[in-house]
Design a protein around this ligand. Structure first.
Ligand code: PLP
Length: 299
């Protein structure tokens, strides 16, 4: 879909840091989204599906990316949106939802209890029964197909670096990206530490999901050293500490690099703190993945 994005080297508190600028790959299907959706779309076409169905909140990067790729591929799309308070007031829709609508996505707002149950909820079942051949993509686009796409993308990054990184850092929501990064590091034979930075509190079940996707991806995969850092969620999803806000603004001014306010401001802030704490040291060569998300707002 897009040309290879650059890996920029920046000097950061005495450490040379590689930044993979995947925020530059596409304005809508941006960053990790392109790679997570790639094999889902291929599978949908192979199955002869006519509608992509997925789930997300009112600001979901994944929802709008799915709407866009469906339209481009000549498929219909249905987005199940968390919360029914916006059902009858289109004028209060987020820019994300408006874009989904523009890209032809049918939006169905469900209450939070139904949303938690996803396709097990009666409401969603009813919606699915009304479709000819739906292809369901989980919330955030995270599944084994996403792991394949992200791992392939990681393998392309190898050619852009002159040595293996010491650390690879990315933000974590539903975990498909981190799983793909772990798989890609294995395929690249990088003996590095992979650090996923949780953007919400209490991501316990995500570890299990990641392990399941990784064993489905490749049973023989020797899992590199990976962890989810739970310290820098900033108080919860879409919440930021004043320090994080100040960091994001300063970072943009110093490096001319915008950070989105949900995901990347937290992973970049985490790396800043890990450098200050001496966890990442001056002789290390960390690689941080800018996963995009700019459509949801810049810090
Ligand atoms: C911009 C951005 N970065 C990172 C993530 C986290 O990815 P994952 O849900 O695969 O953990 C998301 C959400 O999917 C995202 O939109």
């Amino acid at each position: 879909m897009a040309e290879t994005t650059p890996v920029e080297t920046i000097q950061w508190r005495g450490v040379k840091v590689w930044v993979k600028r995947e925020d530059l790959n596409h304005p809508i299907v941006q960053g990790n989204k392109q790679h997570k959706l790639k094999h889902n779309l291929i599978a949908a076409k192979q199955q002869g599906a006519d509608t992509l169905v997925t789930f997300g909140g009112a600001y979901s990067n994944h929802l709008v990316a799915t709407a866009y790729v469906a339209q481009q591929a000549g498929l219909k799309s249905l987005g199940v949106v968390r919360g029914d308070e916006l059902k009858y007031c289109q004028e209060r829709w987020s820019p994300t939802l408006k874009h989904c609508h523009q890209f032809g996505m049918q939006l169905e707002f469900v209450n939070r209890a139904d949303y938690r149950k996803k396709q097990q909820s009666g409401t969603v079942q009813q919606l699915l029964h009304g479709l000819d051949s739906p292809f369901i993509i989980p919330e955030g686009g995270s599944n084994v197909a996403a792991v394949h796409g992200v791992a392939e993308w990681m393998m392309t990054i190898k050619a852009q670096l002159n040595q293996a990184p010491s650390h690879v850092i990315c933000p974590v929501g539903t975990g498909g990206t981190l799983a793909g990064v772990v798989a890609g590091c294995f395929r690249n034979q990088w003996a590095c530490q992979v650090i996923g930075v949780a953007v919400l509190k209490g991501l316990q079940s995500v570890k299990q999901d990641i392990n399941q996707w990784l064993s489905a991806y490749n049973q023989d995969l020797k899992i590199p050293d990976w962890q989810i850092n739970q310290v820098f969620h900033g108080g919860g999803y879409a919440k930021l500490t004043p320090d994080m806000v100040a960091f994001g603004q300063q970072f943009k001014a110093s490096h001319h690099m915008p950070l989105d306010k949900i995901y990347n401001v937290k992973s970049f802030y985490a790396l800043d703190m890990l450098i200050q704490q001496g966890v990442v040291k001056p002789h290390d060569r960390p690689l941080i993945i800018h996963t995009g998300g700019l459509q949801g707002g810049i810090v």
